[in-house]
Design a protein around this ligand. Structure first.
Ligand code: TEU
Ligand code: CA
Length: 545
């Protein structure tokens, strides 16, 4: 019987996301791989990581770097073998690190056996997907894809199939019980291998209620037929009952376009659906009409407002400032120039002192910045590629498209991890699959390990601090009134009350001073003042209660 404490074994964990392609290459082909990950397990242990979220390593043609799976029970040979994967699981286990895998079940690759059989006319497998005849010369409906353009593509036979992402990613038909059986079997396969749970890709859109025309939106026309549907809630409860509850899993849902109310429903403990969710609202504080490609000026007070809202909405939110789909957080919310180091430490402090589970994305812990791409030809991402096509159709010039895409492309977060300052940053002995940032000369693990005051060592200290603090790891959260663009909040557990101060601007800010003694921060002793927060200053102040 699970006791109350071990039921949520994950709740005080630090999670680290590995995007395998860019993490560490062991054999010189320029592509990160599983043996490369194994070689860095001690590094992760030393950092204080408890759980690794491994982005897809399954068999895949790689059009969306593994988010297009062609065999859920196979390992992509670019990344290694099943033996390598088993070794990774057992070596990590020996170090006390658990692994959760990405579960991508809204769609498969169009090179999956199921889809190939479907295209060959096999009725059983046609019903695994959504094939429909066009309406006259028109597509079956007016839905849009997340990657720009229409959500339907034509087959050789002239009918269409639905894909909410690229045309290489046909959507599965979750009305079909056989799909349910196949996918739950796959979950068991990996859980039996010792995986601790899943990060469920776009999980809140898997169930479509109908294929009618949607209300016209600037983007994602059709969403009212698949966002957070009752059918999806129902599937999650069944996954739980049939599989997840039989193992001690940690399940985090990637839930697109969720509101706090949707998220509350999905994480409601009584309902037994998801343990926690990733929300996106904070990622979009600087995008126009929720479209990330069209930027507006970032205003820190908006970030504060959104984070505060979500801190209050969920008991255990999944907190993150970066992942493989977003620009680097220093570019997003910090300062890449004068205050690179200071703002990186501030963002670390912020992410790791909020209530919930902190997720750190590879390279974030050394302050990696967006890619320094020379032009569109350096970009590899399928989403960027599709969006470029869409912008072309809107008649935008090359130089404008270049600007939009280089600024926002997902490849910004996917440049190889900078392990040292050598030519290929210690990532590979060969030609890296994506351009390595020149700033590897000073942003890298080797030099930061040697420097006591580095961003990397700040992460280590912050993680340790959090682990030793009941207030930070499980206390309550409450925002404190503060000047705009300064985030001040308390974290409080039994005998411990902490005030967390974050100056999210590049200006000094006067603040009211709560609490009794400063116990942690990114300030320089020399210019620390009691009532002034320096640019990007972060501090934790303890209070006697
Ligand atoms: O991303 C879901 C998603 O909605 C993406 O469109 C993401 O929001 C976008 O890149 C930011 O605008 C997940 C995965 O994280 C992503 O890597 C995959 O490409 C996508 O699903 C399809 O599987
Ligand atoms: Ca390799």
């Amino acid at each position: 019987m699970a006791t109350a404490s071990n039921k949520k074994w994950w709740k005080n964990s630090i999670v680290y996301q590995i995007y395998p392609r860019s993490f560490c290459d062991s054999n010189g082909d320029g592509i990160g791989d599983i043996p490369g990950i194994i070689s860095k397990l001690h590094y992760l242990k030393d950092l204080g990581v408890d759980i690794i979220w491994l982005s897809p390593v399954y068999q895949s043609p790689g059009y969306d770097n593994g988010y297009d799976i062609s065999d859920y029970k196979g390992i992509n040979p670019e990344y290694g073998t099943m033996e390598d994967m088993e070794r990774l699981i057992s070596r990590a286990k020996r170090l006390g690190i658990k692994i959760i895998m990405d579960l991508v079940i809204n769609h498969t690759s169009d090179e999956h056996e199921w889809f190939k059989k479907a295209l060959d006319g096999d009725e059983k497998y046609r019903d695994f997907y959504y094939f429909r005849e066009g309406k006259g010369r028109k597509r079956p409906n007016n839905w849009g894809s997340f990657f720009g353009g229409a959500a339907w593509s034509k087959t050789d036979k002239g009918d269409y199939y639905l894909h909410l992402f690229s045309k290489k990613q046909p959507d599965l038909n979750w009305h079909n019980p056989e799909v349910y059986n196949e996918i739950t079997d796959i979950m068991r396969f990996w859980l039996d291998k010792g995986i601790a749970g899943f990060r469920c890709d776009v999980i809140n859109i898997i169930y479509k209620t109908s294929l009618d025309n949607g209300k016209k939106h600037l983007a994602l026309t059709g969403k009212e037929y698949y966002l957070n549907t009752e059918g999806c809630h129902d599937l999650l409860r069944r996954f739980n009952e049939d599989v997840w509850s039989k193992y001690k899993t940690f399940i985090v849902g990637e839930t697109v376009l969720v509101t706090p109310d949707d998220a509350k429903q999905l994480c409601d403990e009584e309902k037994r659906e998801l343990d926690t969710v990733f929300f996106f609202e904070h990622m979009d504080v600087d995008s126009r009409g929720g479209i990330k490609w069209f930027k507006k000026r970032y205003k820190p007070y908006k970030l504060i407002k959104v984070l505060d809202k979500w801190q209050n909405a969920l008991e255990i939110p999944a907190n993150y400032l970066e992942n493989h789909d977003q620009v680097r957080s220093i570019n997003h919310f910090g300062n890449t120039k004068e205050y690179w180091e200071k703002s990186a430490k501030l963002l670390c402090g912020l992410n790791l002192s909020l209530k919930g589970i902190p997720f750190i994305y590879e390279g974030e812990e050394i302050g990696m910045t967006n890619g320094d791409f020379r032009g569109l030809s350096d970009i590899r991402d399928i989403e960027s590629y599709n969006v470029n096509k869409a912008l072309k159709r809107m008649l935008l010039t090359h130089s404008i498209r270049r600007k939009i895409i280089l600024r926002t492309s997902r490849d910004n977060a996917r440049t190889p991890v900078q392990w040292d300052s050598t030519d290929n940053a210690g990532f590979t002995n060969g030609e890296p699959w994506l351009k390595i940032n020149e700033n590897k000369s000073f942003i890298n693990v080797a030099s930061e390990s040697d420097d006591e005051n580095s961003i990397l060592n700040f992460y280590k200290k912050m993680i340790e601090f959090r682990k030793n603090s009941k207030a930070l790891s499980e206390g309550t959260y409450r925002k404190v009134a503060s000047p705009s663009d300064v985030f001040i909040y308390t974290r409080e557990a039994k005998e411990e009350r902490l005030y967390v101060y974050c100056n999210l601007t590049s200006y000094p800010r006067e603040v009211e001073f709560y609490g009794d003694r400063i116990i942690f921060g990114n300030y320089d002793e020399d210019d620390r003042q009691d009532f002034i927060l320096q640019p990007y200053e972060y501090r934790i102040v303890a209070s006697n209660i």
